[in-house]
Write a protein of this length. Structure first.
Length: 210
């Protein structure tokens, strides 16, 4: 079997393109802050602009965590309703994006707790130690299913951070805010997620290696 040699972080751009599917264009920072500021004063049209800008982003992240489109849709709606009511309390408007994803995360946690407050059942995090191999081959049409399946097997704690890193291109401080963890923990989760993907896709990558 061919030994893997390169670091998966070098392929972040390819992963970002593949997982995004060409949707959800970036929102200019100044424009976003204007919408937030006006929406905080009760302007529904400004908030509707924020919904238009972030609905797909939040929905695809929640789908990545739940693997259920109906659940993701309901959680997305709940997250934006909570964002609308809580927006006046947001003190630093520059943190709107991680704040919104943090709300979505809390909605998911509440759902998993259930009506009786049962603790969330998280998959255990795995310690992996293989050097990564480039993932471009996996991003080909025939490899997309392998990538999606591997993401589905990824522990939820790692997957949440990894999808924010790839789909949203979030910096680590924002990932930390969104997940309510330290920046060090956010970095660790992304690192372990990359290693997990490499191990899960190693056989496929070896088969596609010329």
């Amino acid at each position: 079997m061919i030994r893997v040699k390169h670091v998966i972080v070098a392929n972040k751009r390819a992963l970002h393109s593949s997982l995004n599917g060409g949707e959800a264009a970036d929102v200019p920072h100044a424009e976003e802050q204007h919408w937030v500021r006006v929406a905080q004063a009760g302007d529904r049209q400004a908030f509707a602009a924020l919904v238009d800008a972030y609905w797909t982003r939040v929905n695809r992240w929640l789908y990545g965590l739940t693997r259920n489109r109906h659940t993701a849709e309901e959680l997305t709606q709940e997250a934006f309703l909570k964002a609308w009511t809580g927006l006046p309390e947001l003190k630093d408007i520059s943190t709107f994006r991680p704040w919104l994803f943090c709300i979505a995360r809390n909605c998911l946690i509440s759902l998993r707790r259930g009506p009786r407050g049962t603790p969330v059942q998280m998959l255990t995090e795995e310690t992996l130690g293989r050097e990564p191999w480039p993932v471009e081959a996996v991003l080909a049409t025939e490899g997309q299913e392998a990538l999606e399946a591997a993401l589905g097997r990824m522990p939820a704690l790692l997957r949440g951070a990894f999808l924010l890193w790839t789909q949203e291109d979030m910096p680590y401080p924002d990932i930390a805010r969104a997940l309510a963890v330290t920046e060090e923990t956010a970095r660790w989760r992304v690192c372990k997620a990359r290693q997990f993907l490499v191990k899960e896709l190693e056989t496929y990558l070896d088969q596609t290696k010329p």
